[in-house]
Design a binder for this molecule. Sequence first.
Ligand code: HEM
Length: 454
Amino acid sequence: MAARLTGREALHLLPSLRADPLAAISELTRTHGDLVCVPLPRGNQLTLTSRPELVSHVLVGNQDNYRKARTYRPLTEVLGNGLLTNEGESWARQRRLVQPMFARRRIDAFAPAMVDAASTAMDRWATLGEDSVVDVADEMSALTLDVVGRALFSTDLSGEASEMAPALETVLESFVKVVRHPLFMLVPDYHRWPTPARLRARGAERHLRGVVDGLITARRAVPSDPSDTSGREDTDLLDALLSARDDDGEPLDEQQIRDELMTFLLAGHETTANALAWTLLLLSRHPDARDRLVAEVDDVLSGRAASAADVTKLEWTSAVLSESMRLYPPAWMIEREARDSDELDGIRIPAGSIVATPPYLVHRNPEHWPNPEGFDPHRFLPGAADRHRLAYLPFGGGRRQCIGGGFAMLEAVLLLATITQRFELDLVPGHQPQALTAVTLRPANGIPMMLRPR
Ligand code: HEM
């Protein structure tokens, strides 16, 4: 079903679209169907679709016509020419250079560091005593920052974490403030205005860049070992970025390496943290699913530490995570901007207008997901019913899909299995976690949970 709002309807919608975009787009879809066109001031237009066929057209079939939307611009201020925000030939060259670092074999090599990070966190929980309460939103954030630190830099960032986590948060908060400001759509460089939020973010960016620069400088200062004839592969992503060469033998320049590391730090940390935090919440609400998880983890691991080789056997664990990311996709929104005019099921898409393909709504489209609001990991077990390729897109689609998807799934499965081996967690009675649409879909008021050692 396709619908076009009148100018008057659109004007009424704007305040709620800014205040609570998730509620606003959910309501739009409920009322008008899976393709809605919203005329905006000054001839702009927002087209919202949760129909997988149309999402596929935008992100895959006709992707040459769609660039990242202007809503990504404030992120460009922070991430420069990193993979997430770059465009065109410069992006393509970089993606070619970086892609091999995310090959299965290379990612699997990070598994011991991931499990080690999780075990360290579990050892700390073990000192807290029975029925202690932890906020799993904060805990998962610290844990995935630890993993990213080890994988990127082979460094224990836990010393820096107390400052880095709030700095990352400030940057992301400022992004949301800027993008939701009424002037954002009207003034092309509003995101550069020195508003209080922007100034706070600049301070936080400087801090993060300082940490990244320090790590690059320290690595460059270590002379390569001439006696090392092992032909060993790079040990972490920083090594890999420093030694990457394109077809002409050219390395990445210093700025690009910095931008890429900032991108991995930002893109690779909160997303996975949120996926895990929502999963722990859902498990506490679905004891049957949790019992089956415990049984699988005990059966596959028999009490030993998890490894990359276990992941294919941890089918229910993976299915639980996939189903959790269906209901709470960390990247809840994906937006593109049309280069030339196009058409989606009879709706005209003018050049320069925005098309939104939110995974949150695609994943709850009742045409493609029976009982869309229900938590049912069976949907993701091997042999489950076929579905449209773009009916499920937690990692996006087309050329710009997440480069870290394999890394994230490996990490999430290993972390969840390690947590499950040691603890059962129950939501503190009476607490109602709310989804907040920041850059990622995160719990607005934390997820306090009681720890029960197993
Ligand atoms: C559960 C965890 C994660 C989720 C849900 C997620 C989701 C996504 C999505 C939806 C996109 C595409 C955005 C778009 O098309 O506009 C994306 C891109 C990207 N992600 Fe992830 N991501 C996750 C973890 C990671 C990790 C662990 C890393 C790196 C270590 C990472 C690095 C990136 C990068 C560099 C891009 C840009 C790729 C490009 O445009 O070439 N992500 N991610």
